[in-house]
Write a protein that binds this ligand. Structure first.
Ligand SMILES: *Cc1c(COP(=O)(O)O)cnc(C)c1O
Length: 360
């Protein structure tokens, strides 16, 4: 069977080249006579794979020397807890912006550990936009300030970042990391589950400014303690060895595309193909407000839920898979991460035009 264009929100499509390299190296990696999956994480060939992957993250994101790059487990959801356990001081507090379901989940989780304030929310408006914030509402003594740069379920993205002064900005970048250029220096901590824009599920990337280390609360499990993990080179225990190797192959591909700056241009072009069609059409309705639109997750509806379902089903017969919207919002969602080629988006646009003609 031919490969489909996979618009899944995560785990998501990966570069074919990375998959082919993995297939070629499956039984015998680089003359070792074994699969990467079968290697000790303490072996020399594996340490090289690991170091190469971290170096690619550093290079592609322009991570400065005074930041650690950690490859952990537990997903982005694990970091919902790790963030407060590593950053909240005894009796401290943190500010959160509630811009979507994952942001909300992070906020609820953090409340277990301290005084967490929500300084802006669009929850009441079904997260159709990034909530407006006012710097005057920020606590200048907060231990950190938390945002979710791209809201995967609702299809929204911050087009500018809050100015938090000396308060470290912490970002869940799970669904748009490496899809655009970010200045790492704007952040105290960036983290992301790998399964949207980096590689397969099982790896969680954490980038943390070194001066923020050393403050984990005594009850923080050591696998979530960034300081311990930094000291141990992310290998306190067995890391997700094969998933990290796959991330490296995907990052090799991204580097060949020209890195984040080059892929950002393509991503804007891909997203515009869809938004232009949505804006011109009287049949489709985009769900996110224009100023908050995501370049990674494009959310929309047809005139009614039955037609949405028919859309998803018919699209699948044309090799356009996984377009169903998240169960919380319904409708349709096209996730077009880095590895989705522009040809896939063009195929979707053509299908959308045909579908509209047939159903309007
Ligand atoms: C997918 C996603 C998560 C959840 O990631 P897990 O790795 O499944 O825990 C959290 N935040 C954002 C923004 C996401 O897109």
């Amino acid at each position: 069977m031919d490969r489909v264009y996979n618009f899944a929100p995560g785990p998501a499509t990966m570069p074919e080249e990375a998959l082919q390299t993995a297939a070629r190296e499956m039984l015998n990696y680089n003359g070792t006579g074994m699969s990467v999956m079968e290697m000790s994480h303490r072996s020399k060939p594996y340490q090289e794979i690991f170091d190469r992957t971290v170096a690619l993250v550093r290079e592609l994101m322009g991570v400065p020397e005074d930041y650690e790059v950690l490859l952990l487990q537990g997903g982005a959801t694990g970091q919902f807890a790790a963030v407060p356990m590593n950053l909240l001081r005894e009796g401290g507090s943190a500010d959160y912006i509630d811009s979507g379901n994952f942001a909300h989940g992070a906020l609820v989780e953090a409340k277990k550990y301290g005084d967490i304030r929500c300084v802006a929310s669009s929850r009441e408006e079904n997260y159709r936009f990034i909530p407006k914030w006012s710097v005057a509402d920020f606590n200048p003594d907060a231990d950190y300030f938390y945002i979710t740069t791209n809201n995967t379920i609702y299809g929204t993205r911050y087009s500018s970042l809050p100015e938090t002064g000396r308060v470290p900005l912490v970002a869940d970048m799970s669904s748009n990391i490496l899809s655009e250029v970010y200045d790492v220096r704007r952040f105290g901590v960036i983290y992301a589950g790998a399964q949207k824009n980096i590689g397969p599920a099982g790896v969680t990337l954490v980038i943390v400014r070194k001066d923020l280390l050393g403050h984990a609360r005594p009850f923080c499990p050591k696998v979530l303690d960034w300081t311990v993990m930094a000291e141990k080179g992310s290998m306190l225990n067995t890391p997700p060895t094969y998933a990290i190797y796959m991330c490296g192959l995907c990052l090799d591909w991204l580097k060949k595309q020209g890195g984040a700056a080059a892929i950002e241009k393509v991503n804007i072009e891909k997203a515009n193909l869809l938004y232009d069609l949505l804006d011109e059409s009287a049949f489709y309705r985009p769900t996110a407000e224009p100023a908050s639109r995501s370049r990674m997750n494009v959310t929309f509806t047809t005139p009614d839920p039955d037609t949405d379902a028919a859309f998803v089903k018919e699209a699948a017969t044309r090799g356009l898979a996984n377009l169903k919207g998240h169960r919380l919002v319904g409708g349709i969602r096209a996730s077009i991460y880095n590895a989705m080629p522009i040809e896939g988006v063009r195929a979707l646009v053509n299908f959308m035009k045909d579908f509209e003609t047939e159903h309007k």
